[in-house]
Design a protein around this ligand. Structure first.
Ligand SMILES: [Zn+2]
Length: 160
């Protein structure tokens, strides 16, 4: 019981001057800040990316048609997100991808995140390098996968 008291001063010593002066960071201590941004963060994060994409005639030519929108409505955002995350994990995350450049279908009505992946440069490792600065030849980190999933989801929300 007495042990409880000890945790507070110990934590405080971890947050030294550095933490105090820098920002008012939240008090939660997360050892891995990487994947914390996975869900429902504000859109502003992607504004710079989306304005770059808007300057590409190819990237900005993608849209959702009625079949894609119906698909999203039928499945719901949670399922779509889950599917997008799995797609990224399976088709983009490995260090070596045998069909890289051809792993993301472009047809409408198949799976709307595919369209969003093309629109956002999340379709293959060459595009990840070009648009997101993520190098080829190594596996994507969990944080990168979460970020790419967020990008895809944000594009879908803006185009549905
Ligand atoms: Zn690509």
């Amino acid at each position: 019981m007495k042990e409880k008291q000890r945790s507070t001063p110990v934590e405080l010593s971890l947050f030294s001057d550095e933490e105090m002066s820098a920002t008012q960071h939240p008090s939660r201590q997360s050892p891995e800040p990487v994947s914390q941004t996975a869900t429902a963060e504000p859109d502003g994060r992607f504004d710079a990316l989306f304005s770059r994409l808007a300057q590409s005639e190819f990237r900005s030519s993608f849209y959702l048609n009625a079949a894609d929108k119906a698909y999203i409505a039928r499945k719901g955002w949670d399922k779509i997100r889950q599917g997008a995350a799995e797609t990224i994990a399976r088709r983009l995350a490995p260090a070596v991808i045998s069909n890289d450049g051809r792993q993301t279908p472009m047809r409408h009505g198949v799976f709307p995140p595919f369209i969003a992946q093309h629109a956002t440069g999340c379709c293959c490792r060459s595009c990840l390098l070009k648009w997101h600065g993520i190098p080829k030849g190594r596996a994507l980190t969990a944080g990168e996968q979460a970020y790419l999933t967020d990008v895809v989801m944000e594009w879908l929300r803006r185009h549905v």
